[in-house]
Design a protein around this ligand. Structure first.
Ligand SMILES: NC(=O)c1ccc[n+]([C@@H]2O[C@H](COP(=O)([O-])OP(=O)(O)OC[C@H]3O[C@@H](n4cnc5c(N)ncnc54)[C@H](O)[C@@H]3O)[C@@H](O)[C@H]2O)c1
Length: 232
């Protein structure tokens, strides 16, 4: 029974759901988010939350003490953008992993779960299995594969259990059955219901001002106008 977890990227999609899941099962949940993305409203009540960056362990080291499982969900999961802003994407995808995994080892964390990405597989054909050689085709995928290797290396050398998850793979037919068996996970509604709920949520929350704040590091004729000219 897991009684204490730490979630990075806890204001994001996956992190906030994981935090709620463990809180509802009685675990003490701590989490951080630098608000590069995410939304403070999504941090579940009861989370020991701090708006800090993974790359600055001194700002959250105390929250890791006594943690059994770290779920590292923080990243700059912007695959398309990574071709035009590789520094930004590496900083929040790979550097954030080095810093958090190091702090986790140092704090004596039992298990480290890294949220990787289907970008690890590149353009290869389905089905995607755990034993397929990674073949990333852009800076985001490269950063994720390097992050995976770093976690495995530090974990093995320092005796911290580790696991890598590539979230969308869990939604495919066969992995979903495996996830159900191992985790008791099952989708609660169909894609159609999910879309209906999403539309209802957006309607009930009303329009929000959108500010495009991510830097474009490489501007060329290949840079999509929505980014280069801040058209969103
Ligand atoms: N959602 C999916 O379907 C999906 C699919 C494949 C992989 N993933 C992976 O799962 C993870 C979570 O995805 P998500 O959909 O929840 O993304 P998300 O953008 O909703 O959440 C990521 C969170 O990380 C935070 N963050 C970014 N850099 C940080 C840093 N340096 N320090 C602290 N916080 C930081 C952001 O502010 C954001 O709240 C990512 O690693 C992503 O690559 C998600």
């Amino acid at each position: 029974m897991v009684s204490r977890v730490f979630v990075s990227g806890v204001a994001g999609f996956l992190g906030s759901h994981l935090a709620r899941h463990y809180r509802d099962r009685g675990a003490a949940v701590a989490g951080i988010d630098n608000m590069l993305g995410g939304n403070l409203e999504h941090v579940p009540a009861g989370t020991r939350f701090r708006a800090v960056d993974c790359v600055a362990p001194d700002d959250y080291r105390d929250l890791l003490r006594g943690t059994q499982v770290v779920f590292h969900c923080a990243a700059a999961p912007y695959e398309g953008l990574s071709i035009f802003s590789p520094t930004l994407v590496y900083q929040h995808t790979l550097q954030s992993t080095v810093a958090l995994a190091t702090a986790a080892v140092e704090a004596g964390v039992t298990r480290f779960v890294l949220c990787s990405s289907m970008a690890r597989y590149g353009n290869g054909p389905a089905p995607f299995t755990e034993d397929l050689e990674p073949a990333p085709v852009d800076p985001y995928g490269l950063a994720k594969v390097a992050a995976e290797q770093l976690v495995a290396n530090l974990g093995d050398r320092h005796g911290m259990e580790w696991a890598i998850a590539a979230p969308l793979a869990q939604l495919a037919e066969r992995p979903a059955a495996k996830a159900r068996r191992l985790l008791g996970y099952a989708p609660r509604w169909s894609l159609e219901d999910g879309l209906r709920r999403t539309i209802a949520y957006i309607r009930s929350h009303g329009p929000k001002p959108f500010e495009y704040h991510l830097p474009i590091e490489i501007s060329s004729e290949l840079t999509p106008a929505v980014w280069a000219e801040r058209l969103m």
